[in-house]
Design a protein around this ligand. Structure first.
Ligand code: 3SL
Length: 250
């Protein structure tokens, strides 16, 4: 193999927003398997016009109030629960075509939207879940960029099993399908690849084993959310930040 003739893709993974260093990556991929990026992917698949992400709930409400009532949906989750005064929480099952088609979703979640905001200055920013892993991977490969930063969401600053699983799933797809030389640039991603190899045939079980999976289970019946979030490569949507803080299908 002549490496000099091949393009290189450097892939690195960070567990949570606070771990991300100053970056010159041209591409950032944010993952929140349970459940923000799964909800974003399904909302766009079901025809949502766009998703604007916020850390601050008051700013979210203020911004949304400038939109026509019938063109906006406000989603907010904290600690896994829907916030009072908002239209929806953060379940991918709730963003049905009937509810979201043609609308802007104003969204704030405990961890996922924080990660999206952290890398909002990167040239290409994508939101990935397990259902759209293949679509996002194919887009990354088509861009022929050298440095790709993958960012999980974790839980309030700590590691999460399910986001690392998905980071490994993404890296695995790129290694198997890219014509470029793929460099796994940090130990976090090497570990995620190992995790993927252990759980790839039992994704649902991995999600339920994760701390946040257990947290959701303790809050109620999330069986259908787990099933939805654990599906692999079934969505052809690539959620991309096309203006600062606003994600659309691309
Ligand atoms: O932390 C987040 O951003 C959420 O995805 C958490 S939850 O799955 O909605 O509880």
């Amino acid at each position: 193999m002549n490496l000099e003739l091949k393009l290189i893709i450097n892939l690195s993974y960070y567990h949570v927003a606070d771990d991300v260093p100053e970056t010159d990556s041209e591409i950032a991929v944010v993952i929140d398997v349970l459940r923000a990026t799964t909800t974003i992917s399904w909302a766009l698949k079901n025809g949502a016009d766009s998703i604007q992400v916020f850390s601050d709930l008051d700013l979210l409400k203020d911004t949304a109030s400038n939109w026509d009532d019938d063109k906006r949906i406000m989603l907010a989750e904290r600690g896994g629960k829907t916030m009072n005064g908002f239209d929806l929480g953060n379940s991918p099952l709730s963003v049905t075509k009937e509810i979201v088609e043609g609308k802007r979703l104003f969204m704030s979640t405990t961890n996922g939207t924080k990660s999206l905001k952290k890398v909002q200055n990167v040239e290409y920013l994508f939101a990935m879940s397990l259902p759209n892993r293949k679509s996002v991977a194919e887009r990354i490969m088509s861009l022929n960029k050298e440095n790709v930063l993958i960012l999980g969401s974790g839980w309030e600053g700590s590691y999460s099993l399910e986001d690392s699983l998905a980071a490994g799933a993404l890296a695995s797809y790129i290694i198997e399908n890219s014509n470029s030389y793929v460099d796994i640039s940090n130990d976090e991603l090497q570990a995620s690849l190992a995790l993927w190899n252990v759980w790839k045939n039992n994704i649902l079980e991995c999600l339920k084993t994760a701390t946040h999976g257990k947290r959701l289970t303790s809050l109620g019946d999330y069986e259908d959310d787990f099933k939805c979030c654990s599906q692999l490569d079934c969505l052809d949507i690539v959620p991309a930040q096309l203006e600062r803080g606003v994600i659309r299908a691309s």
